[in-house]
Design a protein around this ligand. Structure first.
Ligand SMILES: [Zn+2]
Length: 306
């Protein structure tokens, strides 16, 4: 890596982050945040302030992971030490119904609450980034826009297309849609044409298996059914390589990681638990943006969780 001034500044920011015992420790991160009141979002901001101007203009451009030489990819400890980019995970975006359980409402964000959450992100100056940008940042320290955030949508629900996308479009936000292919075209789920449109409009399509079975239980042919065939289906729909995966229920085990790598995945996303020390790229953290959360609560959670 060439040591340009911006890289040195980024390195300084990383060095200060390294004084934390672990980026996974939400409590420690929150403590650090209170010592830097000028920043409303510690992660990302610390990593990118030096390069803010040029990177913001760069938009969502990022190299394809396959073009990054293996020799220039950072080791696991370096990747883990970089400030995390906040990543939100959404499921259904619709008003609550009488039969929705208390637990389900974490996964169902009412339309007005969603609009307020997205408006808050825009008003706070967040810029949505996509997985190739995140990959380049984590592996090589590439620049990100100021206040980066990633928005992800799991499970193929139709309201992600009909309700969420128009809200994101208002702010020129892009997102990642993790599709379970068994649902394509079913009532209340997205069609293949809608998934293609999302992809054509600059969003990223990722895999969320065929029918949402727990990855920890796969044996033999399950890898073909749950990973290989759905990947092929999504590649046929989008005309693009499928490189990113979200574990159903956020559940994973170390045995799954080489199986995903063999099948073309370059990174995979979990939920809020700790990352794997050996393979942080295959255990990238996300938080579920709850249906109970106001915009303020979401903001607090972003600051404290990453
Ligand atoms: Zn899911």
């Amino acid at each position: 890596m060439k040591l340009t001034p911006s890289v040195l500044l980024t390195a300084a920011a990383l060095a200060s982050a390294l004084t934390l015992p672990s980026c996974n420790d939400a409590k420690t991160a929150a403590t650090a945040e209170t010592s830097t009141p000028a920043s409303t979002a510690m992660s990302g901001t610390a990593a990118t302030t030096a390069a803010e101007d040029s990177a913001s203009k760069a938009g969502t451009a990022a190299p394809d992971p396959s073009t990054i030489p293996a020799g220039s990819i950072a080791d696991a400890a370096t990747i883990t030490a970089r400030p995390q980019v906040p990543i939100l995970c959404y499921h259904q975006i619709r008003d609550w119904r009488a039969k929705d359980s208390k637990g389900a409402k974490d996964y169902i964000v009412p339309v007005d609450a969603f609009k307020k959450q997205i408006q808050m992100l825009a008003d706070s100056g967040y810029h949505t980034i996509l997985p190739d940008q995140l990959y380049a940042y984590l592996t090589t320290g590439a620049k990100l826009p100021s206040k980066p955030i990633m928005l992800t949508f799991d499970d193929t629900d139709l309201d992600q297309f009909t309700v969420a996308k128009p809200e994101l479009d208002k702010h020129n936000f892009k997102a990642v849609y993790f599709i379970m292919t068994v649902s394509l075209g079913r009532p209340r789920y997205m069609s293949k044409a809608q998934v293609k449109q999302l992809s054509d409009e600059g969003n990223v399509i990722g895999s969320h298996t065929w029918d949402h079975h727990n990855v920890k239980k796969y044996q033999g042919e399950d890898w073909v059914t749950q990973i290989e065939k759905p990947t092929k289906t999504l590649e046929e729909i989008t005309g693009k390589d499928i490189k990113y995966f979200a574990y159903p229920f956020g559940l994973w085990n170390p045995e799954a990681i080489p199986e995903l790598k063999k099948r073309g995945m370059v990174a995979a996303f979990v939920l809020a638990e700790k990352r794997d020390q050996q393979d942080p790229l295959f255990t990238i953290r996300r938080i579920i943006a709850s249906g109970y959360w106001s915009a303020r609560t979401l903001h607090n959670s972003i600051v404290q969780s990453f």
